[in-house]
Design a protein around this ligand. Structure first.
Ligand SMILES: Cc1cc2nc3c(=O)[nH]c(=O)nc-3n(C[C@H](O)[C@H](O)[C@H](O)COP(=O)(O)OP(=O)(O)OC[C@H]3O[C@@H](n4cnc5c(N)ncnc54)[C@H](O)[C@@H]3O)c2cc1C
Length: 292
């Protein structure tokens, strides 16, 4: 199995700048995210006035400029969601939504900010009827009734897959617009989830209108709360605690961009991505020296 020098999670300005800097410093990297880069760039139609070197471009135009730069440096994007990052001592194991493990000596988290907070019951029942990955955990609920909370239309494919495996899937979209599923087992419910209940295992999803008895609640957000993505990571609310080198409490793990706290700005995110990559490079060099 390939062990990468640096795994970078996120294709917004923070992750992209981290990838570019790491490649310029000759590191063997893997970059996880989306070929559309970041939804926060795709939706911004107004001119962005304060990004150095790209005056008055829209988010989409900025994304096109970033893509061109990636192509010039032969940086490819692996279109996988990372569901968990495990600190294994002297390396990291990254679990993908395809249920594979990728290994890296260091990791940069650049997954953006996750709005809100976990549902009551979510953290207590995680792994016991709460899941963030349909591909990984759907087989555990074969023939059962489950709920799926979808943060964006991107998650509909995952819900359709659940419909192929589970007897019944109640899909709770947190967004507007028409939804059609291929699987007849998936039913769209326009109610607002408020709580997940259960003792040793999940028994229901409670909404603002009803209680839905289910064996599992799949919560498919655009990005996960950082403490759920990386067990053992120190956080402050929705933000990862970092120092000025973008280092977290876990040696070899760095964070940059919105995930590292306010202000939420493109240029600040890109700058922190640069710092995180250089810190990862220094971390790898120091480790190599200590092993000689
Ligand atoms: C409507 C709107 C307007 C804005 N206008 C401005 C403005 O005018 N000027 C300005 O400076 N800023 C603006 N911002 C803020 C700016 O968009 C953010 O600060 C910036 O995008 C943050 O960059 P980031 O790289 O930290 O994260 P993001 O851009 O949020 O990117 C996060 C990336 O991580 C990926 N990801 C998340 N979780 C995972 C996972 N588990 N596995 C793999 N990939 C994952 C996502 O797909 C995405 O590619 C605006 C934001 C919004 C929403």
């Amino acid at each position: 199995m390939t062990r990468y020098d640096i795994a970078i999670i996120g294709t917004g300005p923070a992750g992209l700048e981290a990838a570019i800097t790491a490649v310029v410093r000759n590191k063997n990297i893997i970059l996880f995210g989306s070929k559309d880069l970041s939804r926060k760039m795709q939706v911004v139609d107004h001119p962005i006035l304060n990004y150095l070197g790209l005056p008055s471009v829209t988010g989409k135009e900025m994304a096109a400029a970033f893509t061109k730069q990636l192509e010039e440096l032969n940086i490819s994007i692996t279109e996988e969601k990372i569901t968990t990052v495990y600190a294994m001592g002297d390396f990291f194991g990254l679990q993908t939504s395809a249920n594979e493990i990728v290994e890296a000596d260091s990791v940069i988290l650049a997954t953006g900010v996750t709005a809100g907070k976990p549902y009551p019951g979510e953290e207590k029942l995680l792994g016991r009827g709460v899941s963030y990955c349909a591909t990984c955990d759907a087989p555990l609920y074969r023939g059962k009734t489950v709920a799926c909370i979808g943060g964006s239309a991107h998650e509909e494919e995952e819900a359709d897959f659940l419909g192929e495996v589970c007897e019944k899937v109640y899909y709770f979209p947190l967004y507007k617009g028409d939804i059609t599923f291929h699987s007849p087992n998936v039913e769209v419910v326009r109610e607002r989830p408020v709580e997940i209940t259960g003792g040793m295992k999940t028994d229901a999803l409670v909404t603002d209108q009803n209680t839905w008895p289910v064996s599992c609640v799949f919560i498919l957000r655009d990005s996960q709360f950082p403490g759920q993505l990386v067990p053992g990571l120190e956080t402050d609310g929705n933000a990862v605690k970092v120092d000025l080198q973008m280092a977290t409490n876990l040696p070899g793990l760095f964070a940059a961009g919105d995930i590292a706290g306010q202000p939420y700005q493109y240029i600040k995110s890109a700058g922190q991505g640069n710092v995180a990559a250089l810190s990862a490079v220094n971390y790898l060099a120091a480790r190599k020296r200590s092993q000689q």
